[in-house]
Design a protein around this ligand. Sequence first.
Ligand code: NDP
Length: 349
Amino acid sequence: MKTIFMLLPLAVLSASQNVEYGQIPLEEQPIGEIPLQPGSVLTTEPLTIDGIPLLGFGTWNLKTNCSEAVSWAIQTGYRHIDCAAAYGNEYDVGRGIADGLLKTGLTREDLWITSKLWNDHHDPNKVESAIDDSLEKLGVGYLDLYHMHWPVRTGSLGRNYIDYRDTWNAMGAFVENGKTRHIGVSNFSPHQMENLLNHTSHTPSVHQMELHPYLQQNDWIKWHEKHGIHVTAYSPFAGTNPTYQPGDPEHLLKNDVITKIADKRGCTAAQVALQWGMARGTSVIPKTSHLERATENFHSLECVLKKKDLEKIDELGKAHHRFNNPSKSWGLGLYEGLEDSKGEHKEHS
Ligand code: NDP
């Protein structure tokens, strides 16, 4: 495995030498063997399902070079692509997937592809048309994971309300008819999870939620471990996504604790943040539209952190800062019982 890690950067570097920053040409092909799981010692045994790769590639806000970025991600070694109907780019992501498979000689079965049901299709009669649309746009015959994006339904007059149980039951049929291998949820509160588990025969395989050093949600992760539910961390770089309002905690990748650890271990700040997430047993799905960063983030698999590094990063959790909270704009309460956007840590039972 060590030899493989040594070879890969050379292959990637030589393939990317002529690439202008930000432009990802479809014809470039890094060649190399690919590590799929982190190289550092995990502090916890990851609760994986069906070998979901712990490092994935996010696609929210991938716009002009979306297909190229996804193709490049696959060529670089990513085997887990996180998509959603709401990102409005599934057709382009699908083109990137097809191109990436063609250039690497891989097949659909070599990838883990996730998509998500948007709030305007929670009506049980609309759920199947939503997954069919995602499958068609992505150009794949099945998904590995289909999430309910939020426990929120947008009604015909545009009003939002909490509604997920009937939608969830409708989603269960897709596991039986082979449209997806797993179903999962995203952005649920403890009460909503308990309520769901009490009323379904399909336990979610995965819960996708905001997680990063400024929002660690340790008790909440433990709850999932207890219930055999894998956790995926979205926005692993905290407020770096420009859609978010910059908050009190400073830019995570410029934070002293993170940059000092990065210098000490010969990693970059982004690699430290990702390795910290994987060392907790969660999968991480960083997004970037830049070739160099996709490569850099992929090599987080080789960033080896020590226990004391992880403990220092744990200290940053005091920030309790949530960046993704549409409660106000949607006119309803989300995340009840969880670390919230105001930095108040409310314990859940
Ligand atoms: P990320 O934490 O992945 O951060 C993305 C930002 O970081 C972008 O601005 C990107 O810039 C920048 N970036 C990426 N790599 C580096 C690097 N090495 N150095 C410096 N900057 C870097 O944020 P996201 O919110 O996009 O989260 C990741 C994914 O999680 C999403 O794309 C989506 O798939 C999923 N998600 C799911 C949600 C849900 O409700 N279930 C909500 C939010 C996200 P650039 O692109 O310019 O390189």
